[in-house]
Design a protein. Structure first.
Length: 214
């Protein structure tokens, strides 16, 4: 399958729109549990050759900076904090981290009539894109829960101003840990991308041949 080489250098670095919207002191907090909202949208890809699909992905995929990508996980953190003062100290009475996830994935419209080998490659690539972006979402969810626990565990401070400052430093540190975890994941994915795709193509081809022989 010589068309595999056309996409061998295809980049799978997700666009991480990570935004900390601030943790605001509220008079009341209805529920102190991590809130995760997740949605998926698709962009259209057209073409009946590998080069056409590659061009469509880079033309229509989500944009990060000056480049476009074949998929994306947009991530947004926000949160609510309730403070309480007692016996000359201020503490975190309740904390909730809100996480909004938006996955952006490709949808191939010209599958009918395309070469069988191209369909095998597309299934392998699109499946890997979805898995990749889902993993970014999982990492963000893990860190949202970690952040919430870190905020709930903060020691009391002498004033609520000092408590708010500690909350701010803690959220900054937690966001930095999240961003580093996402970066490490992308590095690992890029390092074995070609081998992974070739393995997926071979597995799908073998499965199709086995099904046809039955």
């Amino acid at each position: 399958m010589n068309f595999v080489s056309v996409w061998a250098s295809w980049r799978l670095i997700a666009f991480l729109g990570t935004v900390l919207c601030g943790f605001v002191a509220l008079a009341s907090l209805a529920k102190a549990d991590t809130s995760v909202r997740k949605s998926t949208v698709y962009f259209t890809v057209r073409g009946k050759t590998a080069s056409e699909l590659d061009s469509a992905l880079m033309r229509n995929g989500p944009q990060a900076g000056m480049a476009r990508h074949p998929g994306a996980a947009q991530i947004k953190f926000s949160g609510d904090i309730k403070y309480a003062e007692a016996r000359g100290q201020c503490s975190v009475a309740a904390a909730r981290v809100n996480l909004n996830l938006r996955l952006i994935l490709p949808n191939w419209k010209d599958r009918n009539g395309a070469p069988r080998g191209l369909a095998v490659l597309w299934d392998s690539l699109s499946g890997d894109i979805k898995r990749h972006e889902e993993r970014h979402a999982e990492i963000a969810t893990q860190h949202a829960r970690q952040m919430e626990q870190a905020l709930k565990s903060l020691p009391p401070q002498k004033t609520c101003e000092a408590m708010q400052a500690l909350v701010s430093r803690t959220t900054d540190d937690q966001i930095a840990q999240h961003d580093e975890a996402q970066r490490r994941f992308d590095q690992i994915e890029m390092a074995n991308f070609e081998a992974r795709i070739m393995r997926l193509v071979k597995e799908r081809t073998a499965q199709m041949q086995a099904n046809a022989a039955q």
